[in-house]
Write a protein that binds this ligand. Structure first.
Ligand SMILES: *Cc1c(COP(=O)(O)O)cnc(C)c1O
Length: 351
């Protein structure tokens, strides 16, 4: 029997982590690459489409890949406190891995703009939660400043070890498919993940002569600084995980797009929510931001700007739908109420 020990164990030789690193793991990674042939057909093509379901990581998002690396490095040099700014998922992940390591976690979130499941996660894992009267970008400036002043480790994706961990998702996709896909579609917020994927695919290209995918990055229309070419002062979107107006790794994201001959585009909240519903129709419930990559692919195919015929395409679904239940419950019809009576049930089923 082979036992799975998490991404640091599986890919240790391929990760640029210092020797002092002491593994802190919740057995993250190894997420499924789910074929969705019916969705591909509906999207109008004969092509292979897969969802890399990163919502199945220990705290429900891909952030766990980066966090196991960042916290392991910090643990190895005796760090007691970690800090991050977060739209929610980084907070929950930092809180969980800090708890696992016996560290204190402090998380800064923009006031009132964090999905319920993420806030609850950070609280459940015992983080000190601070709401900032400002945006994610304001919170990020604050944690960067404080981590330069006090002996506190910053675990946002500005921390290079976060990217080392996150690039393992590219390794997993290539290992599963036996090569890289033709296109990789994903949502872009602070732009750490797109940067990490591109690092991972390039590394496999050099190491194993794997091909290089083209990268399709999708931002929400109300928070699309990389599409517009300038920061967005007041980003707004239902996809709270990518509600970011000043991406910390924006330049690297644009390099990844350019070098891969990919593209970056903006998708409307409507298209994002429609794709969230279609994915749920395949049994895959993701949070809104996670549907953006696939929504972007759909927009491009529909507009005739991308012909998927014969291609193999992977869409990264970054976080689980349970993170943001309210986006569903606020919009759903109230469930039917019946007396506890089989006849009433029969009548209801006949409708
Ligand atoms: C963090 C996050 C993103 C955006 O990733 P970046 O690295 O900030 O671009 C997208 N989706 C979800 C669910 C996230 O948690």
């Amino acid at each position: 029997m082979t036992t799975y020990h998490g991404i640091l164990h599986r890919y240790r030789g391929l990760l640029d982590l210092p020797d002092h690193t002491q593994t802190v793991s919740l057995l993250e990674g190894n997420t499924p690459l789910i074929p969705v042939p019916r969705l591909a057909q509906e999207m109008g093509g004969r092509f292979e489409l897969y969802v890399k379901f990163e919502g199945l990581n220990p705290t429900g998002s891909f952030k766990d890949r980066g966090m196991t690396a960042a916290i392991s490095e910090a643990a190895g040099r005796g760090v007691h406190t970690v800090i991050c700014a977060s739209t929610g998922n980084t907070a929950a992940s930092a809180a969980a891995y800090a708890a696992r390591a016996g560290m204190r976690a402090v998380v800064l979130i923009p006031q009132g703009k964090v999905a319920a499941g993420k806030l609850a996660g950070a609280a459940a894992y015992g983080a000190q939660i601070i709401q900032v009267q400002g945006s994610f970008d304001d919170a990020l400036s604050m944690v960067v400043a404080i981590s330069q002043k006090l002996p506190i480790a910053l675990v946002n994706s500005l921390n290079p070890f976060r990217l080392e961990g996150q690039k393992t998702a590219a390794f997993e996709i290539s290992d599963t498919l036996g090569n890289s896909p033709d296109w990789l579609c994903l949502p872009v917020g602070n732009a750490g993940n797109i940067t990490a994927y591109w690092m991972g695919f390039r590394q496999y290209h050099h190491l194993k002569s794997a091909g290089l995918p083209r990268i399709l990055g999708a931002q929400a229309a109300g928070a699309a600084p990389l599409v517009l070419g300038h920061p967005v002062e007041h980003p707004e979107t239902v996809a709270t995980a990518i509600r970011i107006g000043r991406p910390a790794r924006g330049e690297q994201a644009l390099e990844a797009i350019e070098q891969s001959q990919g593209r970056i585009l903006a998708v409307s909240d409507e298209d994002i929510l429609a794709m969230q519903r279609r994915l749920a129709g395949e049994g895959i419930w993701v949070e809104p931001a996670s549907a953006a990559g696939l929504a972007g692919l759909e927009v491009e195919i529909r507009a005739g700007r991308l012909d998927p015929s014969g291609l193999r395409i992977v869409a990264v679904c970054t976080g689980h739908g349970l993170k943001d239940p309210e986006i569903i419950t606020q919009r759903m019809r109230a469930p039917q109420v019946l007396p506890s009576d089989v006849k009433a049930l029969e009548a209801a089923l006949a409708q």
